[in-house]
Design a protein around this ligand. Structure first.
Ligand code: MV4
Length: 450
């Protein structure tokens, strides 16, 4: 096992990793930017090393600075958390070439799965359902129109190197497809330095359902069931829950097995997530694979009793998975609400500033993952998530009741947060009955302004 690891991230996920390391008897060294200087979570690590100024490009994305910190601290491994460098295969390669383990998959499987065209080809080869569309990258406008006429509108143009909704265009007709192709290509070129795009049938009413998987270097892959992340806005998830409330046993089994099969085919190890769209007829289609630990991993930890962060560290150190697929049992229902420092009244504008009061709920089945406290200053440089409130109860109805009670106890002052929106959603009849799709929150909010 590792003696010491570097945490190349900040905020709640840095704290999550520091805590896991401490419980495992591993020393943690946390890298931080000057914008995070003085933050309490830094004191919970064994050591904190400043890697640069506030802007992420000069600190949390600065590979030479992170490697220098890792060398100075003499760590055995680097945990990238999520965001920043977590899905950067070049970073994984650099770490390993410096004889520092990257806590995550191989650079090869990151590259393979991170390229959506290659990922989709691998999926088709292994009978993982995908939305009908181009077999590979689409090179010309004529080719795009031909495919659209074969599969029928609406279609979606996606960047091969995209993800999380970046570099996508939906088209309902030829004219929109022609302009959508051009804007998707130029957006992909400037954002990812790779202008390859592909086309598929656009599913109009679907849920976002994703499968947690974890693999070891011996080639074992286990799924930890699914999460439903349908409640999102502008590709930012708001609420995640496990299991998916509308899935039957047979579909769940097929979905989870398909995800594990795809990861096995990619030679995957570490924690990962296979994202799908699920339609009303219980058909599922691969969207993309996230080769990292995700924000919403705690709901899966709750329903399986498996610590995903600790298991990820163990497999990175070369240990075999300590459980088999048949050991993994789905227990109860868990819901996570992402508490963001945003003003819903001002189109969710970020709310940096100092928290005069930060009081979190507790009690049976309640978990709060946050690096915040009264007196904490939210820096303006990073994303606005300040806490995750996770509840776990035997049934979904009880989980919703527990979430309402917990949201009611949470006191965050003086800044605006997404708590009132969560309270509204927990009382929404469509959310409660499970009658929602990925556009639900945006439809609800746009109805407000009418
Ligand atoms: C889709 C889709 C419908 N049909 N693909 C969004 C992020 C990225 N992971 C892929 N995404 C989608 N892919 C097909 N074939 C719907 C989404 C999607 C979405 C699209 C437009 C506006 C909002 C959306 C929210 C979630 C998912």
């Amino acid at each position: 096992m590792f003696s010491r690891i570097l945490v190349a991230n900040r905020g709640e996920i840095a704290l999550r990793i520091i805590r896991a390391a401490r419980e495992m008897g591993i020393e943690s060294v946390v890298a931080y930017s000057t914008a995070d200087e003085g933050s309490e979570y830094l004191k919970l690590a064994d050591r904190a090393i400043c890697i640069g100024p506030g802007p992420a490009a000069q600190s949390y994305l600065n590979i030479p600075a992170i490697i220098a910190a890792a060398e100075v601290a003499n760590v055995d491994a680097i945990h990238p958390g999520y965001g920043f460098l977590a899905e950067n295969s070049h970073f994984a390669e650099v770490c390993r070439s410096c004889n520092i383990e990257f806590i995550g998959p191989s650079a090869e499987s990151m590259k393979l799965l991170g390229d959506k065209v290659q990922c989709k080809q691998l999926a088709r080869k292994h009978k993982v359902p995908t939305s009908p569309g181009s077999k590979g990258a689409v090179k010309s406008e004529e080719q795009a129109l031909k495919i659209a006429h074969e599969i029928g509108y609406p279609v979606i143009v996606k960047a091969a190197s995209g993800g999380g909704g970046r570099g996508m265009r939906v088209a309902h007709n030829d004219i929109a497809l022609q302009s959508g192709m051009h804007s998707a290509i130029s957006e992909a070129e400037s954002a990812f330095g790779d202008g390859s795009v592909y086309i598929e049938k656009f599913l109009e009413r679907a849920r976002h359902v994703e499968v947690q998987i974890i693999g070891d270097k011996q080639g074992n892959i286990v799924h930890l069931f699914e999460r439903d992340c349908t409640m999102q806005r502008r590709h930012q998830k708001l609420i995640e829950e496990a299991p998916c409330p509308v899935l039957d046993k047979e579909t769940r089994d097929a979905l989870c097995k398909a995800a594990a099969r795809l990861c096995k085919a990619a030679g995957y190890y570490g924690a990962g997530t296979v994202e799908f769209l699920l339609d009303d007829d219980m058909n599922f289609y691969l969207m993309e694979v996230n080769t990292r630990v995700q924000v919403e991993h705690p709901v899966t930890e709750a329903i399986t009793g498996i610590d995903i962060v600790k298991t990820g560290i163990k497999v990175a150190a070369g240990e075999e998975l300590p459980f088999k697929q048949s050991d993994v049992k789905l227990n109860g229902c868990a819901i996570e609400a992402r508490i963001n420092a945003e003003d819903p009244q001002r189109d969710f504008a970020p709310q940096p500033g100092t928290l005069s009061r930060f009081k979190v709920p507790g009690g049976y089945g309640v978990r709060v993952d946050s690096h915040c406290y009264s007196g904490y200053r939210i820096p303006p440089n990073y994303d606005s998530m300040i806490a995750k409130l996770i509840v776990h109860q035997p049934t979904r109805g009880q989980a919703i009741a527990c979430m309402k009670r917990s949201l009611g106890e949470m006191l965050i002052e003086p800044i605006k947060t997404t708590i009132p929106l969560h309270q509204r959603l927990m009382n929404n009849t469509n959310f409660v009955s499970g009658d929602v799709d990925i556009h639900f929150v945006e439809r609800l909010l746009s109805a407000d302004s009418k």
